[in-house]
Design a protein around this ligand. Structure first.
Ligand SMILES: [Zn+2]
Length: 110
């Protein structure tokens, strides 16, 4: 799968970006930043920006804290994922199988 690189993303016409179903803010593509698409919001799932997603779930958008219990739960999920990766022989730093560095990709299309 080809991912959008920032140099290409900034050239993309932003008038066709999807909009948040809650506040109508433009939602930038995944794996891009606000620097790539100034004035846009990150996708937070369900066709919403973070603020609208938080409000839809009854959460305070200004509350950026996580409960200690949730940290433990998420840590156990992460440990399970890492254990599975080790069992499949994937090195801790990840695998480059089937991938090339972005710099190599850019050199190929220049
Ligand atoms: Zn929104």
């Amino acid at each position: 799968m080809l991912h959008l690189v920032p140099a290409l993303a900034s050239e993309t016409d932003t008038t066709e970006l999807p909009r948040c179903k809650g506040c109508n803010a433009e939602i930038r593509p995944h794996r891009t930043t606000e620097a790539d698409f100034p004035g846009t919001s990150a996708s937070w799932g369900n066709n919403q920006c973070r603020l609208c997603d938080y409000e839809a779930c009854g959460k305070d958008p200004a509350d950026r804290f996580i409960s200690v219990e949730r940290v433990g739960y998420l840590s156990s999920i992460r440990a399970g994922i890492e254990s599975d990766r080790q069992r499949r022989g994937i090195p801790a730093e990840g695998s480059l199988a089937g991938r090339i560095p972005i710099t190599e990709f850019l050199a190929q299309i220049s």
